[in-house]
Design a protein around this ligand. Structure first.
Ligand code: GDP
Ligand code: MG
Length: 446
């Protein structure tokens, strides 16, 4: 992967005392290959290398005591810029909804890119995090049931959708949505437009017409990061036709090679505002260039992990759980809570991608047979235990295990896995205690 390759280059740089210009150029040649292999568009990669090289061969870098570190820092800074950091802070670029309400957010992109899902995710985010009153309307009259799809997502997200009138055309739906939004004092109106399999004139014409009547504050291009170089081409075509204000990059949970994210700013001139990280409605993050750069450089995205954890774990519950673990009263009910929280955080794969060193931990977990499937089965297994067994798992002898396995539709082997997990978490907790408790851990991250 990109981060593995960059890390190889960096390990070599780090290990060196003095560097000369040739060392830097050699390293940059490797960085360039790594970028191209990750599907970064050629001109973007070329530009990147030129900027880094120019800064890195400067005298103050080569003469410093830690030239390798300096070069790595320059690569990091330039990555942040390339990912669309407005300034050195590398913060997420917010939506600009500072207009006379309703602020219209128009979602555009190819079919299957994740427009409808992202529309609902962003509406939910605005409602939950910013206290905005949102309304969503689907203008997709091409795809059967597209409007119903948005209505269902709206129900799940707790966001209103415009009632469907069969046969109405996109521009008319947009007008009706605006009117309805004004009448209901809606803050943000999200318009989910139709996509097609390819960029074509009819699609562009429809988009322009909708933009003309709705005067959007934001036009967000939704692109699938898994499509790599294609995503870049799509972005290019849309940029030429509609006044985009930002990009939503979906399927960042998959094994995209990162190239799309890296090229998007250069190609569209607009920042990536959100990253989709899964199918669930809360699987969306504001796109922080600095954090993504960190992740690419393999340092792990501890900040977003901690944020996610804080969101999905209710503080009091976590505190109580920690107390019980410390006191050695960590039973099956606690384990169930803990596993549910892990699931809320996006499962093991998500955690592994975000935490430094988690890759190895994940491999170890996989070897001991723990994976996301276990998270799904665990509920059934723990539910099949009696109250006594849950409080005192050591009661589970072979006979009882068989009963639990039958009751949960799993196997004794799987029941054993859960029990083992429970033991190991108890052990981990003791270690944490030795390291100064949760406070000590928090200090390490602080
Ligand atoms: P549209 O045709 O552009 O409206 O695309 P949809 O919103 O209907 O999404 C197509 C499929 O992609 C659906 O199955 C979504 O659940 C899935 N999807 C959308 N965004 C993401 C994402 O960020 N990660 C993953 N894994 N799946 C996504
Ligand atoms: Mg759709």
């Amino acid at each position: 992967t990109l981060s593995d390759r960059l890390n190889n280059v960096f390990d070599r740089l780090r290990g060196r005392g003095a560097l000369n210009e040739q060392d830097v150029r050699d390293a940059m040649r490797e960085v360039r290959v790594a970028l191209l292999e990750a599907d970064v568009a050629l001109p973007v990669a070329r530009d990147f290398i030129a900027r880094v090289t120019e800064r890195a061969v400067g005298q103050e870098v080569l003469k410093s005591v830690t030239p390798g570190q300096q070069v790595i820092k320059i690569v990091n800074d330039e990555l942040v810029t390339m990912l669309g950091g407005e300034d050195a802070s590398g913060e997420a670029t917010p939506l600009n909804l500072d207009v006379k309400p309703p602020a219209v957010v128009m979602m555009v992109g190819l079919q299957g890119s994740g427009k409808t899902t992202s529309t609902a995710k962003i509406a939910k985010l605005l409602k939950d995090k910013n206290g905005k009153k949102a309304l969503m309307a689907s203008l997709d009259v091409n795809r059967p049931a597209a409007q119903e799809q948005l209505a269902i997502l709206g129900e799940q997200a707790g966001v209103a959708t415009l009632p469907i009138i069969q046969g109405q055309q996109p521009v008319d739906i947009a007008r009706r949505a605006l009117e309805s939004a004004r009448l209901q004092n809606v803050d943000v109106l999200l318009l989910d437009t139709a996509g097609r399999l390819h960029v074509d004139e009819a699609l562009m014409a429809e988009m322009k017409a909708v933009a003309a009547v709705s005067e959007p504050a934001e036009v967000l291009l939704v692109v699938d990061s898994l499509t790599g170089q294609d995503a870049v081409n799509v972005a290019q075509s849309f940029t030429e036709e509609v006044p985009l204000t930002g990009v939503v990059l979906t399927r960042m949970d998959g094994d995209a090679r990162g190239g799309a994210a890296l090229s998007m700013r250069a190609v569209t001139g607009k920042p990536i505002k959100f990253a989709g990280t899964g199918e669930k409605l809360d699987a969306i993050e504001r796109f922080h260039p600095a954090r993504v750069a960190d992740r690419i450089l393999g340092m792990g995205d501890v900040v977003s992990l901690v944020e996610k954890a804080a969101e999905s774990i209710k503080a009091e519950e976590a505190e109580e759980l920690a107390q019980r673990m410390m006191a050695g009263k960590f039973d099956m009910n606690d384990l169930r809570k803990q596993l549910q929280q892990m699931q809320n955080m996006g499962g093991l794969g998500m955690l592994a991608g975000m935490m430094p060193g988690m890759k190895k931990a994940k491999q170890a977990m996989a070897q001991s047979g723990m994976d996301d499937k276990v998270l799904v089965h665990m509920d059934a297994i723990i539910s099949s235990m009696t109250r006594k067994e849950r409080a005192h798992p050591q009661l589970l002898n072979a006979k009882r295990k068989k009963r639990v396995a039958a009751g949960s539709g799993t196997s004794v082997q799987e029941v054993n896995k859960i029990l083992k997990m429970h033991q190991e978490m108890g052990r981990a907790m003791k270690q944490i205690k030795r390291m100064g408790g949760l406070k000590g851990l928090a200090a390490m991250f602080g």
